[in-house]
Structure formats: C-alpha cells, structure tokens
Design a protein around this ligand. Sequence first.
Ligand code: HEC
Ligand code: HEC
Length: 146
Amino acid sequence: MSLKPLIIAAALLPLWASAAEPQHFGLRADIPLEQTSPAPGLKPVLKESGRKSLNYVNQPPLVPHKVQGYQITQSTNRCLQCHDVDNYLTTGAPRVSPTHFTDRDGVVQPQVAPRRYLCLQCHVTQADVTPPVANDFTGLGQFAKD
Ligand code: HEC
Ligand code: HEC
C-alpha cells in the first residue's frame, strides 16, 4: 500500500479536529483571531502571599512577593542580593537552589550559572485572577490526598 494517502489523511486530521472542537480564545476573549487584540492590563501582584506548596516534583517554586523594580542586569541581580548563598542568612530569603550553580556542561560554578541568571524565566509571581480558560489540572498535593 502506498504511504501517500495515509500521510495526507494524517495531515488533515488536525484540521478536522480543530473544526469539531469548541473555540477557546483565552486571553484574546472574544476578539476574532484575524484581529489584533489589545494587550491585557497588568494584574496586581500579591505583595506578600507566603511560600506556596509545589504542584509537582522539581517545579520552580512560585515567587510569593512583589518583584516590581527588581533589576537584573549583567552587573547586578537584585534577586541574588537576597537569595544568594552569601546573603540568605541575613535577609531571611530561601537560599538559591544548589542546582543553579551547574552550567550547561555539568560543571559546578562558584556563582549562579548563566542559564539560571534570569530568575523570572522560571519563577513567576502570582495575581488573583480568573483563569481565562478552565482546566482540571490536579496538583501533587491534591493527588496525594486521594
Ligand atoms: C528584599 C529581599 C528579596 C528580594 C530582592 C527577592 N526576594 Fe524572593 N524571597 C524573599 C523572602 C524573604 C522570601 C520568603 C518569603 C516568605 O517566607 O513568605 C522569598 C521567597 C522567594 C521564593 C519562594 C521560594 C520557595 O522555596 O518557596 C522565590 C521563588 C523567590 N523569592 C524568587 C525571587 C526572585 C525571582 C527575585 C527577583 C526578581 C526575588 N525573589 C527577589 C526575599 C527577597
Ligand atoms: C531555568 C529555570 C530556572 C531559573 C532561570 C532559575 N530557577 Fe530557581 N529553581 C528552578 C527549579 C526547577 C527549582 C526546583 C528544583 C531545584 O532545586 O532545582 C528551583 C528552585 C529555586 C529555589 C528553592 C530552593 C530550595 O532549596 O527549595 C530558590 C530560592 C530559587 N530557585 C531561586 C532562584 C533565583 C534567585 C534565580 C535567579 C538567580 C533562579 N532561581 C533561577 C528553576 C530555575
């Protein structure tokens, strides 16, 4: 049997599936896809919310405080001024994870490795908002209780 009809059928499958699915616009609200939607306003980040439990193993913990105005440049990293191994005892901030000192070649560095320097790439703040799209994700905590 020739593979061609199979490949074409496989290529058309997503089209068929998307036609059958109800459309979710998420952050776009009800603005059609062919129109540019205005960027949603910034949501107020909770100032101090207390450390959050993890939803899965190896999750980057959520940031439980405001980060507005915290600069990260080549010469200064505001997050490390509280979280680095030299400072955490005096600031009371949780110490940056030891995994953050291993560079991409697996070599442990004396400072936080470049690939872990932009903290907000992985650690995110929280705002009290209604999720634009409902989901039924069950975190580790809830799962463990079942
Ligand atoms: C002024 C000091 C200070 C600065 C600057 C700071 N933090 Fe924190 N951070 C804290 C303290 C204190 C806590 C613990 C809060 C608590 O116990 O409620 C914390 C908690 C956290 C946690 C939670 C850790 C966990 O295990 O639950 C993360 C993640 C975090 N901060 C990331 C950041 C990032 C990213 C930045 C930079 C954008 C930053 N912090 C800047 C003091 C600071
Ligand atoms: C590429 C993603 C990534 C970046 C960038 C990153 N982190 Fe993390 N961080 C993680 C993950 C994943 C964990 C949990 C697993 C671990 O410890 O490696 C974590 C854990 C932590 C913890 C908790 C440590 C503990 O013992 O529970 C702190 C505090 C933290 N990071 C601070 C920072 C700070 C400050 C920066 C910026 C200098 C940063 N992280 C950059 C992914 C990242």
